[in-house]
Design a protein around this ligand. Structure first.
Ligand code: NAD
Length: 479
C-alpha cells in the first residue's frame, strides 16, 4: 500500500481527514502517491501555529535566517534531477524543464538569503528639534501562500523564500493536482531549525481549504497565483477582512512578428512561447500577431516546426511537448478547438487528442490562422498548446491589437528595428516586455508581474518582494 504523505502543521507531520491519489498525466497507471487532505479545522490549527512560530522567527538573527535559506537552496540545487523528475512526473513538463524549475527554485532561496542581509532601514532628522526618526521594516505576519499547478515548485518558492527571509510565518496551500512537489519542498524545510509553526503545509481543495485560509481574519497577508476567477474571489475575501493581498493571474500574451523580423527567430520564439510547457504557462504566447508582409512565410515556417515537434511522455528522452495536466484540462482544450472553428478561425495544424497514447492526456499542438482579435479564442485564456495567428497590416495595427485585451502580463516582438523595439517597450501595456525573445522565460532577480487583470497588488520577485512581505514602521524618539 502507498505510504500516506501527511500535512505539516506546527512542526509535526499529521494525517488529514481524507486523501487524494496523485497520478502521472503521461501515464495514468503510474500512481505517484497518496496525499493527505486537511480539514477546515486543521487550517485554523495551522493559522494558530503560524502565529506562535512567527513570534519566535521574527526575532531570529539575520545570520540564522541566511543560513537556513541558503541550506534549502543548496539542497534543491543538489537534488534538481531527482526532484525535477518527480515534478515532471506529476505535472507533465519535459524532464529538462522539471529539473530547471527545481534549480531555479534553489536560486530563489539563495537570492532571498542574500536579501536577508540587505537592510534598507533609515534614520533621518526630524522636522522638530531634539527628536530622532527611524523608519524600518517589520514582517507582515502570517502569510497564506496559494500556488497553481503549472509551476508546482517555482511559484510556491518565489513566495515562500521572501516570506521567510523577511521574518514571516507561512501557511502553504499548493494546488491539489501537484502535491508531490509541495510535499518534497516541505520535507526539506522541515529539517531546518525553524521554530515550530513557522512553516505549515495544508493540502486540499481550493474551494474548501483554500477558501478557509483566505477567509480567515487571523492571517495578515495572502500571496496568490492562479486563475482570474479565483483571484477575484481571493481579492474579495481578503478585502472584506482588510488583509493584504497580492495576485498573479492569467493572461493572453501576444508575440508580434514585424515586417523586418528574422523569421527563423520568430518561429523559435513562437514555438517556445506558445507550446513549451504544453502551453500551460501564464506567459504563453497564445496570440501571434503577424504583419501582412511576412504572414505567409512565417506561417509556413511555423507549420514545418510544428510538424517536427516531439509530443510524448514527460520522462521520455527528446520530448518537447508533454501531456496536458489532466482530463478536465484536455477536454477544455478540445472544446476551445471546436469553439475556434465555430467562430470562423481556420485550424491548420493539430488540435486533436493523440489516441495511440491513450494512457496519458496527450494532444497535438494546435495552430489557428484567419483569427480576429475579437474572437473568444483571442480574448480568454485557454491554457493549452493552442496558438492563434492574427494577420495585421503593419506595426501600428499590431501594437493596437496587442493592447486590445483585458490582460497584461507579457508581450514580445521580433524585429531588427531599434526604433520599433524602443517604441514597443514603451507602448506595450504589460508588466514584462521581450524583444527578440519568447514571451515566456524570465529572470529571478527582477520583478515579475503584469497589469490589468493579470496582476493585482505589489510586485513579486527581486527586491520588489520586500514591499509585500514587510510593513513599514516609523519610530519617533526624544532621547
Ligand atoms: N501570473 C502568474 O505569475 C501565473 C503563474 C502561473 C500560473 N498562473 C495562472 O494560474 C492558472 C492555472 O492554475 P490553476 O488552474 O491551479 O489556477 P486556480 O485558480 O484554479 O487555482 C490556483 C490555486 O488556488 C486554489 N483555489 C481554488 N479556489 C480557491 C478558493 N476559493 N479560495 C482559495 N484558494 C482557491 C487552488 O486550489 C490552487 O491552489 C492560469 O490562469 C495561469 O495563467 C499565473
Amino acid at each position: 500500500m502507498t505510504k500516506l504523505r501527511e500535512l505539516y502543521i506546527n512542526g509535526d507531520w499529521v494525517e488529514g481527514g481524507q486523501s487524494v491519489t496523485n497520478v502521472n498525466p503521461s501515464d495514468t497507471a503510474d500512481v505517484i502517491g497518496e496525499y493527505a487532505q486537511a480539514s477546515v479545522d486543521q487550517v485554523h490549527q495551522a493559522i494558530k501555529a503560524a502565529h506562535n512560530g512567527l513570534a519566535e522567527w521574527r526575532q531570529s538573527g539575520l545570520e540564522e535566517r541566511y543560513r537556513i535559506l541558503m541550506a534549502i537552496g543548496d539542497e534543491l540545487i543538489a537534488r534538481k534531477d531527482e526532484l525535477g523528475r518527480l515534478l515532471s512526473r506529476e505535472e507533465g513538463k519535459p524532464l529538462a524543464e522539471g529539473a530547471g524549475e527545481i534549480y531555479r527554485s534553489g536560486q530563489f532561496f539563495h537570492y532571498y538569503a542574500a536579501e536577508v542581509l540587505r537592510q534598507i532601514d533609515e534614520r533621518v532628522d526630524s522636522t522638530r528639534p531634539g527628536i530622532e526618526v527611524e523608519t524600518y521594516r517589520e514582517p507582515v505576519g502570517v502569510v497564506g501562500v496559494i500556488s497553481p499547478w503549472n509551476f508546482p515548485m517555482a511559484t510556491a518558492v518565489w513566495k515562500i523564500a521572501p516570506a521567510l527571509a523577511f521574518g514571516n510565518a507561512v501557511i502553504f496551500k499548493p494546488a491539489n493536482l501537484v502535491p508531490a512537489s509541495a510535499w518534497a519542498l516541505t520535507e526539506i524545510i522541515s529539517r531546518q531549525p525553524l521554530p515550530a509553526g513557522t512553516f505549515n503545509l495544508i493540502m486540499g481543495s481550493g474551494s474548501s481549504i483554500g477558501d478557509a485560509l483566505i477567509s480567515s481574519e487571523q492571517i495578515n497577508a495572502v500571496s496568490f497565483t492562479g486563475s482570474l476567477e479565483v483571484g477575484r474571489r481571493v481579492a474579495a475575501a481578503t478585502a472584506g477582512n482588510l488583509v493584504k493581498c497580492q495576485l498573479e493571474m492569467g493572461s493572453k500574451n501576444a508575440l508580434i512578428v514585424a515586417d523586418d523580423a528574422d523569421l527563423d527567430l520568430a518561429v523559435e520564439a513562437a514555438f517556445a512561447g506558445a507550446y513549451s510547457g504544453t502551453g500551460q504557462k501564464c506567459t504563453a504566447s497564445s496570440r501571434l500577431i503577424v504583419t501582412d508582409a511576412v504572414h505567409d512565410a512565417f506561417v509556413d515556417k511555423l507549420l514545418k516546426r510544428l510538424a517536427s515537434a516531439v509530443v510524448g511522455g514527460a520522462l521520455d528522452e527528446g520530448v518537447q511537448i508533454g501531456p496536458v495536466v489532466d482530463q478536465r484540462q484536455l477536454e477544455s482544450n478540445l472544446e476551445w478547438i471546436e469553439r475556434g472553428k465555430q467562430e470562423g478561425a481556420r485550424l491548420i495544424f493539430g488540435g486533436k487528442r493523440i489516441q495511440d497514447r491513450s494512457e496519458g492526456y496527450f494532444m497535438s499542438p494546435a495552430l489557428f490562422v484567419d483569427t480576429r482579435n475579437d474572437m473568444s479564442i483571442n480574448r480568454e485564456e485557454m491554457f493549452g498548446p493552442i496558438a492563434c495567428v492574427i494577420r495585421v497590416r503593419d506595426y501600428e495595427e499590431a501594437i493596437t491589437t496587442l493592447n486590445d485585451t483585458h490582460f497584461g502580463l507579457t508581450a514580445g516582438i521580433i524585429t531588427n528595428s531599434l526604433k520599433i523595439a524602443s517604441d514597443f517597450k514603451k507602448r506595450a501595456e504589460t508588466g514584462c516586455v521581450m524583444v527578440n525573445l519568447a514571451t515566456a522565460g524570465t529572470d529571478y532577480h527582477v520583478p515579475f508581474g503584469g497589469r490589468k487583470h493579470s496582476s493585482f497588488g505589489p510586485r513579486e520577485q527581486g527586491r520588489y518582494a520586500r514591499e509585500f512581505y514587510t510593513v513599514v514602521k516609523t519610530c519617533y524618539v526624544k532621547p
